[in-house]
Design a protein. Structure first.
Length: 217
């Protein structure tokens, strides 16, 4: 049985680390896992990612940005997510349609109805079965993200880290609202926990979900 699990959260929430830990744990238990991310996940979407995240593109128009996220998603669904689900894989994806509501909707104040329409077009009917929202205070997340960036030689993906605290607070609130609207899909976990403790929690949540869903006809 194929499942589509997404991870969401503000900058520095620890998504990437947690997805890798979960992937390894699930693979050990024999699950056929595919790990991917947005924007990106396939060559064409990775090229769009470079445009979207490069600090030199700080003057990108908000609508252009929205359309590029949608374009990257359409390609990613086509090249990676749909084929993997058709092959009965368990797809773990770092960000998906909820990120567009939170960042372009709440962060940039773009129209939620327009985002919904674009998400529908880009997702081509493929929506997450489970979404793990790693929540933590904006100050903590941004502090982590900025100190990680300071250690990197490559400065090509830091555009969002340069946004204001208010922007990131709107994004966090946006995510929390999405979780409230769809409590059956979202599981909220505490991103301030130690990495290992959070990994245990996320593995529990995922196994619990998989066992519950596997029982269904
Ligand atoms: P990452 O840092 O988690 O790889 O995500 C890249 C950035 O892209 C992050 O700052 C959030 C942003 N983003 C959006 O603004 N809208 C979207 O739809 C997606 C998928 C990501």
């Amino acid at each position: 049985m194929s499942f589509f699990i997404t991870f969401e959260g503000i900058e520095g929430s620890g998504k990437s680390t947690q997805i890798t830990l979960l992937r390894d744990a699930l693979k050990k238990s024999g699950y056929p896992v595919v790990e991917t991310r947005e924007p990106g996940g396939c060559p064409i979407a990775d090229q769009i990612r470079s445009i979207l995240l490069h600090p030199k593109n700080s003057n990108i128009n908000a609508t252009t940005e929205l359309l590029l996220y949608a374009a990257a998603r359409a390609q990613h669904v086509n090249d990676v997510i749909r084929p993997s689900l058709e092959q009965e894989r368990l797809v773990l994806c770092d960000r998906y349609t909820d990120a567009t509501y939170a960042y372009q909707g709440d962060g940039r104040n773009l129209d939620a109805k327009l985002i919904r329409q674009l998400n529908l077009v880009a997702a081509q009917g493929i929506f997450p079965d489970l979404t793990i929202l790693i929540d933590l205070p904006v100050e903590t997340g941004l502090g982590r993200a900025l100190s990680r960036e300071a250690t990197l030689q490559d400065d090509s993906e830091g555009r969002f880290e340069r946004e204001t605290i208010d922007f990131h607070k709107r994004v966090r609130d946006g995510y929390l609202n999405l979780a409230k609207q769809e409590p059956s899909r979202f599981v909220l976990v505490d991103g301030a926990l130690a990495i290992e403790d959070l990994a245990v929690k996320i593995l529990q949540v995922t196994l619990n979900f998989l066992e519950t869903r596997a029982d269904r006809p």
